[in-house]
Design a protein around this ligand. Structure first.
Ligand code: COA
Length: 379
């Protein structure tokens, strides 16, 4: 048997590999659908708030009215961050990316957390709630500091969505905008073993704590092939600028064999389950703002990509313009994804911790054969 035929089958990028079982969510690419705890994500978007979905991800069932009230109260009570963290955030370089700021803030909160070393399920859940509550405060404080503005104190009377807008802008928008934002949070909350979630599970499998797992997950999410795509989409739409030149712009991307951001997906090959719902709400934002430019460019790109390349848009494609129309600066788009995905990441941290085995794959060595170490003057 030749050396070559001994090589095991390598699934580059772990394509098609089932790494574990999970009860949290299910992607069904054959029907372009996604469920959280058995509920279709588009139904959750129409019937539930983000807080209800966060509860579902962490408990496996939707909350009763009393359970939801308790969950909301607990989250609202923990939004404030320490004076030390405020000082650290003020010292961040103002031209740094907000994803690096939130990654650093989460790591810092791990240092401060009273239960830092406790990886019991109960402690991990309490820490996850603190992270859910405090992440928007950190994102907004870093964003405002980068513009030379003072942070805004969280208001415990606000819902999760209202709180986010108030922390960033100092005001709460109209209900249509809040609903579209909530829908985006629900759609971003969870998506099986994507790169950042798997990162969180891998770190958890070593026995490390949730702040370490979430810090690593944020680092993974930042990449433009993953969560960073929602920002890249908006930069692309702005670069095109005018629907009249969208086809020509896309053709030049094809000519250069370049990626078109917001298109393609590792699992969905005939459409991302989340896109129709997010597109509907992005269209609503275009109506509210009275500017259809971005949705019109998006429509042309999506039609052309499908006709010419048979590639469908992913969630980041409608989410980018939706956030822009809501008034957010582009570098805040992926941090908003963090504010939502902390729910899914934490659910996976709990699940991994409950039935753990260290994640440690093998590598097939293709370097030089074993050889003697030459002396320094003989090299
Ligand atoms: N633009 C142009 N071509 C694309 C593309 C895109 N966004 N996404 C996939 N393709 C092409 C690939 O070049 C490849 O073509 P080839 O067979 O001629 O080489 C083919 O479609 C299959 O794609 P592949 O790279 O095997 O898919 P993947 O599962 O490894 O990668 C992504 C999935 C998401 C990383 C990839 O689609 C991508 O980079 N998309 C842009 C970034 C993005 O939007 N990320 C957010 C994901 S939710």
């Amino acid at each position: 048997m030749s050396e070559k035929s001994n090589t095991p089958e390598i699934k580059k990028g772990l394509v098609g590999v089932y790494a574990d079982v999970s009860t949290i969510s299910k992607v069904m690419p054959e029907t372009n659908s996604l469920t959280y705890g058995g509920y279709a994500v588009q139904d959750l978007c129409e019937s539930c708030s983000f807080e209800e979905v966060a509860y579902l991800l962490w408990h496996g069932e939707l909350p009763t009215a009393a359970q939801l009230e308790a969950f909301r109260r607990e989250e609202a009570a923990q939004r404030a961050i320490s004076p030390a963290l405020h000082r650290v955030i003020r010292e961040f370089p103002h031209d740094g990316h907000p994803m690096d700021a939130i990654r650093t803030a989460v790591s810092f909160m791990g240092l401060e957390d009273p239960e830092a070393g406790d990886v019991s399920d109960a402690a991990q859940r309490r820490k996850a709630m603190r992270l859910l509550a405090k992440i928007p405060t950190c994102i907004a404080a870093a964003h405002r500091a980068s513009k030379g503005l003072e942070p805004i104190e969280p208001n415990p009377a606000h819902s999760f969505g209202e709180n986010f807008f108030n922390l960033v802008f100092g005001k709460v928008p109209q209900p249509e905008v809040l609903k579209a934002f909530d829908v985006s949070l629900i759609l971003y909350a969870e998506h099986t073993f994507n790169a950042s979630t798997y990162t969180a599970r891998l770190v958890t499998s070593t026995g490390a704590d949730i702040h370490g797992a979430i810090t690593a997950a944020i680092a993974a999410l930042k990449g433009p092939l993953h969560g960073g795509a929602n920002e890249a989409v908006m930069h692309m739409l702005k670069e095109i600028g005018d629907p009249k030149i969208a086809r020509e712009w896309l053709q030049s991307r094809f000519d250069h064999k370049a990626l078109v951001m917001g298109f393609g997906h590792r699992v969905y090959k005939s459409g991302d389950s989340r896109v129709p719902t997010m597109r509907k709400y992005a269209e609503k934002m275009a109506e509210v703002v009275g500017d259809r430019t971005w949705m019109e460019i998006s429509r042309i790109l999506a039609d052309e990509m499908l006709t010419k390349k048979n590639i469908h848009p992913n969630l980041d494609f409608p989410a980018g313009p939706a956030y822009y129309l809501m008034g957010f600066d582009i570098p805040l788009f992926t941090p908003i994804f963090v504010a939502s995905r902390i729910t899914g990441w934490a659910a996976h941290v709990f699940e991994q911790g409950a039935d753990n085995r260290l994640i440690r794959p093998l590598s097939w060595y293709t370097g030089p054969e074993q050889r003697p170490v030459p002396a320094l003057d003989a090299r």
